[in-house]
Design a protein around this ligand. Structure first.
Ligand code: FCB
Length: 458
């Protein structure tokens, strides 16, 4: 049964923000234009064996050249906000050194175009496209990269901050730290705990330095951080699996939430790996834990873990446990919407958290165009179900302020290349024709109800 968008809309306060999200490297293309220099993802995607089919970001959705048309598309969906990321290699192409005015001009046009269409601008400063030149100095494992990020943040906000509605420092540090330096799946593709631990602290520090830089330019611009927190379910009721799940929570969530919202790394993590962290300088934890105006949750699927009994298994010493739901998306991720509710409850119990936006949620389904339309009913159902949980959370009093569908359109899905599609709009990569999918029409009907009259009492 199709969930009626008007009925669902009635469950949200009138000032709830409905938006769509993208990221620079996944859609822009034009990697060689107007002074941009390569990022670590340009290099990574051109190495054999890293990205499916050796797909790369050279053209992507050609968004850089189709900006006005894509802004019209966003407007036609009727959403109130657009979450995008700014490409550091367009702004300071070598990471440090000269500022590239033409790169800033592009985002100037983007935010002006949003304002002209009455759409709120939610910018992310780092969505994984580190300038390649910085990799030569150690990339995220080098403390100097945190200071380079601080300068980039200041530069971007000085130029664009007056027209932004919100800014996030980082998108999913879990990915740019663990997935990139420990599990080897994302650029730079390292599999090394020591490198990952350095990237962890340097990224946390860069976040804090970035917050300070943003506020020095624009004290009233709402600043946040986007985290892909994991709901860590134990694979069984056994005490060994239960404690394994607690360790997983600390490793996958606590090492980011702890420093940012409590000023400390989790005790279990410090006991196991603290001696391998880089030097924590005086003042670092204060810098990292400056209060935030909001935080963003990117949620797709739960994590299920069991205790790993292997001798010498490294913290958190877990292994994957099987899914409980037999529904999975085309990328193989279990669909289990209640985990979104459990996660928000658990995180709010563990930390004093500010307002929350769901900055990404969505599903991978690869169906294409038939007779001019894309019937992606499972994506529509996925979004509707997760919005239902979000409405429940609002009813329970959690400060959920908005929801951004991932993604506005099909795009470069990192190590999966173009074969995995998350868009509510279909992209034909041969012609660059965009076709709004069934889920996109439905989402537009829902979003079009907002803002509406029944605002939250102040
Ligand atoms: C998130 C990323 C986003 C997209 C989705 C599917 O981890 O932030 O760029 O790839 O997953």
């Amino acid at each position: 049964m199709m969930i009626d968008p008007k009925t669902l809309a009635a469950r949200f306060p009138g000032d709830f923000v409905f938006g769509v999200a993208t990221a620079a490297f996944q859609i822009e293309g034009a990697t060689n234009i107007d002074g941009r220099k390569p990022s670590i993802w340009d290099a990574f995607s051109n190495m054999p064996g890293r990205v499916f089919g050796r797909h790369n970001g050279d053209v992507a959705c050609d968004h850089y050249n189709r900006l006005e048309q894509d802004l019209d598309l966003i407007q036609s969906l009727g959403v109130e906000a657009y979450r995008f990321s700014i490409a550091w290699p367009r702004i300071i192409p070598e990471g440090t050194g000269p500022v590239n005015e033409k790169g800033l001009d592009f985002y100037d046009r983007l935010v002006d175009g949003l304002k002209a269409r009455g759409i709120k601008a939610f910018a992310t400063l780092y969505h994984w496209d580190l300038p390649l030149m910085l990799a030569g100095n150690g990339g995220w494992t080098a403390r100097s990269t945190a200071y380079a990020f601080q300068r980039y943040a200041q530069t971007a906000i000085a130029r664009l901050g007056d027209r932004l509605d919100a800014v996030a420092t980082f998108n999913e540090p879990w990915c740019s730290v663990w997935l990139s330096h420990l599990y080897g799946i994302h650029a730079p593709g390292e599999r090394n705990m020591d490198a990952a631990l350095h990237a962890l602290h340097v990224t946390n520090l860069a976040h804090g330095l970035g917050v300070a830089a943003i506020r020095s330019e624009r004290p009233h611009l709402p600043v946040g951080l986007v985290l892909n927190a994991h709901q860590t379910y134990a694979g069984s009721d056994s005490p060994a699996d239960q404690t394994a799940a607690a360790r997983a929570f600390d490793f996958h969530n606590g090492v980011f939430f702890g420093p940012v919202f409590k000023g400390e790394y989790p005790a279990s993590f410090l006991a196991a790996l603290g001696h391998r962290l880089p030097q924590i300088e005086p003042g670092d934890m204060e810098t990292i834990s400056q209060p935030l105006d909001w935080w963003g949750l990117n949620y797709y699927t739960p994590m299920r873990v069991s205790h790993d009994p292997a001798e010498g298994a490294e913290f958190p010493a877990t292994r994957p446990a099987p899914p409980v739901a037999d529904v999975e998306t085309d990328i193989g991720w279990e669909v289990h919407a209640p985990a979104l509710g459990d996660l928000i409850r658990e995180l709010n119990a563990a930390y004093a958290l500010p307002d929350c936006y769901i900055t990404e949620n969505g599903a991978c389904y690869n169906m294409g165009i038939e007779n001019g339309t894309v019937d992606d009913q499972p994506r529509l159902d996925y979004i509707a179900e997760h919005l239902g949980i979000t409405a429940d959370l609002i009813g329970e009093g959690y400060p959920m302020r908005g929801y951004f569908a991932w993604s506005l359109m099909d795009n470069f899905e990192w190590a999966e290349g173009y074969r995995m599609r998350f868009g509510i709009v279909h992209v034909d990569y041969d012609t660059q024709v965009r076709t709004v999918k069934k889920s996109g029409h439905w989402y537009g009907e829902l979003a079009g109800q907002f803002p509406k009259g029944n605002h939250r009492p102040a």
